[in-house]
Ligand binder design. Structure first.
Ligand code: ADP
Ligand code: MG
Length: 313
C-alpha cells in the first residue's frame, strides 16, 4: 500500500520538553522506527509533519535577533522549519535503514509550497497564534507599526495571529511523484507547507499565513494517490464526548457516520477537528480508508486493528 503518514507535534517533541536538538533527535528516531516498521511490512510511505514548536522557536529567534540581523517573513521561517525537521528525519531514516539492512527507500526531504486562495475568507479573519508573547503595550506598538493582527491570548499575553487558509494544491506534486517513482521515501509539505498564492501573471508569492498540516496532508495524499491516509498523534483514537464522563472511543465508522458525529460538534477546532475533516475529505474524494491513531501503534493502525478507522459508505 502507498500510505500518507501525517505526523503530529509529538513525533518531534513531547509535551513539556524544552525543544533542544538532542530531545528532538531522540523523538524523531522513535518516530522513524515506527515508519521503518511500515517499510519492513512492504508499504510505501510518504511523510508529512507539523512544525508548530519549531517555527515558533524560529520566529522568536528572528524577533530577538532583529537588532543585529534582519528578521525573515513567515514564509521563509516556514521553509527553514521544513529544512531543520526534514534534515533530522533524513539523517535518522537513512541510518535506520542502513542498520536494518534495507535497500532502497532512501529519504528525500522536499521544501514544499502549498497553494492557497487569496480570496479565502481566512485572510479576513486571522485565527492562528504564532511566535512570541508580548506585553499589551509592546503588542499595540507593533500593531501600529506593521498593521499585523495581535490578540490577548487567553490571559497568557499578547500574540500575533495569522490566517489559516484552506490548502488547494501541492505546488511540488509532480516532483514528489517523480521521487516516489524512483523509490524514495518522500518527506514533504512540512508544517502544512509554505503558503503561496498564484498571481494574475501566473507567478507565485509567499504569504503571511499558516496551513493546517492535516488538511495539507490530505491534499498531499490525494496528489500521490495514496491508498491510506494515516494521521498519527498522541491519543489512541478519536472520541465522542471527549474528556467527559460520556467519552467513547471510536473504532471503525463509515464516512456518513463520521460526518454525522462531526456535525454534532464532537471534534475540537485546532486539534481533533482538522484531523477528522482531513480524514473525511480523503475518503469523500475517493480514498479507500483514513485512520487517526497513536504514533506508537502506527503499523497496527495501518493494518486496521488500532486507531479510528474511517471507510467508504
Ligand atoms: P497534533 O500535534 O498531533 O496535531 P493536536 O494537539 O493538534 O495534536 O491534536 C491532538 C489532541 O486532540 C489530543 O491530544 C486530544 O487532547 C485532542 N482532542 C480534542 N478532541 C478530541 C476528540 N474528540 N477525541 C480525541 N482527542 C481529542
Ligand atoms: Mg494539530
Amino acid at each position: 500500500m502507498r500510505v500518507l503518514v501525517a505526523l503530529g507535534g509529538n513525533a518531534i517533541l513531547q509535551r513539556g520538553q524544552k525543544g533542544n536538538a538532542a530531545e528532538q533527535r531522540e523523538n524523531v528516531q522513535k518516530t522513524v522506527t515506527q515508519i521503518v516498521r511500515m517499510i519492513h511490512a512492504g508499504h510505501e510511505v510518504v511523510v508529512t509533519h507539523g512544525n508548530g514548536p519549531q517555527v515558533g522557536a524560529i520566529l522568536i529567534q528572528n524577533e530577538l535577533g532583529s537588532s543585529s540581523v534582519p528578521a525573515m517573513p513567515m514564509d521563509i521561517c516556514g521553509a527553514e522549519s521544513q529544512g531543520l525537521i526534514g534534515y533530522m528525519f533524513c539523517q535518522s531514516m537513512q541510518n535506520t535503514l542502513l542498520a536494518d539492512g534495507i535497500d532502497g527507500h532512501a529519504p528525500a526531504c522536499l521544501i514544499t509550497r502549498v497553494e492557497v486562495d487569496p480570496a479565502d475568507p481566512a485572510f479576513a479573519h486571522p485565527t492562528k497564534p504564532v511566535g512570541p508573547f508580548y506585553t499589551e503595550e509592546a503588542a499595540k506598538k507593533r500593531i501600529a507599526e506593521t498593521g499585523e493582527t495581535w490578540i490577548d491570548d487567553a490571559g497568557r499575553g499578547w500574540r500575533r495571529v495569522v490566517p489559516s487558509p484552506d490548502p488547494k494544491t501541492i505546488v511540488e506534486a509532480d516532483v514528489i511523484n517523480a521521487l516516489l517513482e524512483k523509490g524514495f521515501t518522500v518527506i514533504a509539505s512540512g508544517g502544512g507547507g509554505i503558503p503561496v498564492i498564484r498571481k494574475d501573471d501566473g507567478t507565485w508569492e509567499g504569504v503571511e499565513a499558516v496551513i493546517d498540516k492535516d488538511l495539507a496532508g490530505e491534499r498531499l495524499a490525494a496528489s500521490v494517490k495514496a491508498d491510506l491516509l494515516m494521521i498519527l498523534t498522541d491519543v489512541p483514537q478519536v472520541a465522542i464526548n471527549y474528556n467527559t464522563p460520556q467519552q467513547k472511543w471510536l473504532d471503525k465508522l463509515t464516512l456518513t457516520e463520521m460526518e454525522n458525529l462531526e456535525k454534532e460538534g464532537h471534534f475540537k477546532a485546532g486539534s481533533m477537528g482538522p484531523k477528522v475533516k482531513a480524514a473525511l475529505r480523503f475518503v469523500r474524494n475517493g480514498g479507500q480508508r483514513a485512520v487517526i491513531a497513536s504514533l506508537d501503534e502506527a503499523l497496527e493502525a495501518l493494518e486496521g486493528t488500532k486507531g479510528t478507522q474511517i471507510v467508504k459508505g
